[in-house]
Design a protein around this ligand. Structure first.
Ligand code: ADP
Length: 379
């Protein structure tokens, strides 16, 4: 990796300061960082902490010479594959002294140095280094992508298992209901049985619609039919939609909203869906005879819709995940009835498609839950 962001480092090793300075001046370019060492030892120290694209080694140095330094580098895991250009003043046969060719690229440049040759040879190594970095980044991205796909695949398998399980319940209820209706003494109970079957059909079709909506949103196929709508009328309609669930659980529902119109630029059907989903959940996750409240708070640029209950609550650690698809709070299983953890994911996506936001507050088991939806007001 390069040291500074986007910058590629190279190492110059020469015992003479003036040589270091002139080499640096020759190779200086934007995006390149020059590291200078006056001895083999100093070079090895630098290589311990820096990754470099190329090392230019003067062969003749007092103490450890360029070849010895190169042998050390080749024996070192970090520095073993760094391309080396030797700067030699002597005859060409001096090249035979170095035996580390097989471990990485090696080249020789005779002194006096021809600037163009040095620049173009060094340039090749810098380009190779950048390409390798690029490949490394792409490999990391591919790894992350593969891991995401594996997670998605696991979720999909879990979901299929859960869906199969959830669909079996209403189907079993239907077949039991049909069997009962076929019995000669069914007349007395026929209305009750049909009522139960209707509830199952309602839950099942809501689930199927939610799943289809989620999949359409995922494919970008849902478009909002936005119009100028009065939120108060929308809230009324959402309350009507959820009233049967609230009544069935003998909850009380208190609605506090301003009387005047609150104008939104929104798809009314989708906002009804959002609010009724929250009300139905409040009814579902609150023990019989509970309190459900809905209030509307307009501000200067947005309006807040708050749905709260005094039900079983949501543990703090689940707040961040509750809007993820297929997430259900462990232990809420028996109350979730025909739920699959799809409703809130859909609600969040619909709210966000309207430029709004949703959040949850709850102080844990038994302390109720409060959902806040913020929607922008019409201009
Ligand atoms: P589900 O169909 O399971 O109800 P949702 O996506 O609507 O799916 O909700 C996800 C989970 O969030 C539920 O399974 C439940 O555990 C929890 N939850 C949602 N609303 C409430 C609430 N008002 N009180 C307590 N828990 C809730």
């Amino acid at each position: 990796m390069s040291d500074a962001q986007g910058s590629v480092s190279f190492l110059l090793v020469d015992d003479l300061e003036e040589n270091l300075l002139s080499l640096e001046a020759l190779l200086r370019r934007d995006g390149l960082t020059c590291l200078k060492a006056r001895s083999g030892d100093e070079a090895l120290e630098l290589l311990l902490v820096h990754d470099v694209a190329l090392a230019l080694l003067d062969v003749q140095m007092p103490g450890m010479d360029g070849f010895q330094l190169a042998e050390f580098m080749r024996g070192n895991e970090r520095a073993g594959h760094i391309p080396i250009i030797f700067l030699t003043a002597g005859a060409a046969d001096a090249q035979r002294h170095f035996r580390g060719y097989e471990a990485g690229a090696v080249d020789f440049i005779q002194k006096p140095i021809e600037p163009d040759i040095l620049r173009s040879k060094a340039g090749v190594f810098f380009d190779l280094y950048r390409q390798r970095q690029q490949i490394q980044i792409q490999r990391d991205e591919l790894k992350a992508y593969a891991s995401t796909l594996r997670t998605i695949d696991r979720h999909k398998n879990e979901f299929i298992a859960m869906l199969g399980h959830e669909l079996r319940n209403p189907v079993m209820a239907f077949s039991a209901g049909l069997r009962l209706l076929e019995r000669p003494d069914a007349q007395d109970k026929a209305d009750e049985i049909r009522g139960q079957m209707r509830t199952q059909v309602f839950n099942l079709s809501r689930l199927i619609e939610d799943l289809l909506d989620i999949s359409r949103i995922g494919q970008g196929k849902i478009s909002l039919r936005k119009e100028r709508v009065d939120l108060i009328a929308v809230i009324k309609s959402a309350v009507e939609t959820s009233q049967s669930h609230i009544d069935a659980a003998k909850h009380s529902l208190a609605v506090a909203a301003p009387s005047g119109p609150i104008w939104l630029d929104a798809d009314p059907t989708r906002i009804v869906q959002v609010v009724s989903n929250l009300l139905t959940n409040a009814a579902k996750y609150t023990p019989t005879g509970g309190k459900v409240e809905l209030s509307v708070h307009p501000a200067s640029e947005f309006v807040e819709i708050v749905v709260s209950d005094n039900g079983i609550g949501i543990p703090e650690e689940m707040h961040a995940r509750i809007f993820d698809i297929f997430t259900q709070v462990p232990g809420h299983g028996s109350r979730s009835q025909d739920g699959l953890g799809v409703g809130l994911a859909l609600v969040k996506q619909l709210v966000e498609m309207h430029g709004g936001a949703i959040s949850v507050e709850s102080h844990g088991a038994g302390s109720g839950s409060r959902f806040r939806v913020r929607l922008p007001l019409a201009d």
